[in-house]
Design a protein around this ligand. Structure first.
Ligand code: GLP
Length: 241
């Protein structure tokens, strides 16, 4: 496990974008795993800039997102599909046919989950998976007490996650209570993992992920077992290390 500690959110975003860019330069047809939430927004902005400067090319890239809310369509401005398109994909030369985000509107979530896993495998697996972290240590939408052996599946969101994510919705009642998420096993299969965190409200989760015992109570602690993982954290998120 490598830990890169930088001054602030801006530095975290630049470092993260550089790591993604170097992966793309080494392997132009990389399979990239992307995350949502407020943390990676700066990284996406930086990647757009690096693309506009002509240093990277998304033509051959395939992407898989970690998760999607159940019941929100692509057109819903609170969906993760909408987030990815509006904040990132529309600004780069990615082939939208190579963009994969779980379908939260699928009638049969189990079938959708199995198909998502098969698609990841048929693309040769994820080369670099980007992660954020919830205050309760969740990764993707894998909430505390999730089974480590879970693949993509439907999850019930924790009260704290609903509370934390309510800032993106008009009211807490509008936050979906379920989501479809890559499982811990799906994430652990990625060849490389990069976890980003900024701000003191993430400090406890970061401390736990790195130093506490490996337990499903703190899903991110499983990353201690991954052979190639880097944490890019700012000073505040690293303040308990
Ligand atoms: C959501 C996402 C996670 C993300 C987390 C933290 O629950 N499913 O992938 O890491 O929020 O979000 P933020 O970066 O906004 O703190």
């Amino acid at each position: 496990m490598r830990i890169i500690c930088v001054d602030d959110y801006d530095q975290m975003s630049k470092k993260a974008a550089n790591i993604v860019a170097s992966q793309m330069i080494l392997k132009p047809n990389s399979v990239l795993g992307f995350a949502t939430g407020s943390t990676p927004l700066g990284m996406y902005k930086q990647l757009i800039k690096t693309y506009e400067d002509g240093h990277i090319d998304f033509e051959e890239v395939t992407t898989f997102n970690l998760d999607e809310y159940c019941g929100l369509s692509k057109k819903n401005d609170k969906s993760y599909y909408y987030y990815m398109y509006e904040n990132f994909f529309r600004y780069v030369n990615i082939d939208m046919k190579k963009v994969n985000i779980p379908n939260g509107m699928a009638k049969d979530i189990n079938k959708e989950s199995l198909a998502y896993e098969r698609k990841i495998r048929s693309c040769g697996g994820i080369d670099l998976q980007v992660l954020g972290i919830g205050r309760n240590g969740h990764i993707g939408f894998n909430e505390p007490d999730i089974k480590f052996e879970a693949l993509t599946h439907m999850v019930k969101l924790d009260e704290q996650t609903i509370q934390d994510n309510s800032r993106f919705f008009d009211s807490i009642k509008d936050v979906p209570t379920k989501a479809i998420s890559m499982g811990i096993k799906t994430i652990m299969h990625a060849k490389k993992i990069m976890l980003l965190a900024s701000g003191k409200e993430k400090a406890e989760a970061i401390y736990g992920a790195i130093y506490r015992k490996i337990t499903p109570e703190l899903p991110a602690s499983v990353l201690q077992l991954h052979p190639d993982v880097v944490f890019v954290v700012d000073k505040e998120a690293a303040s308990k290390l």
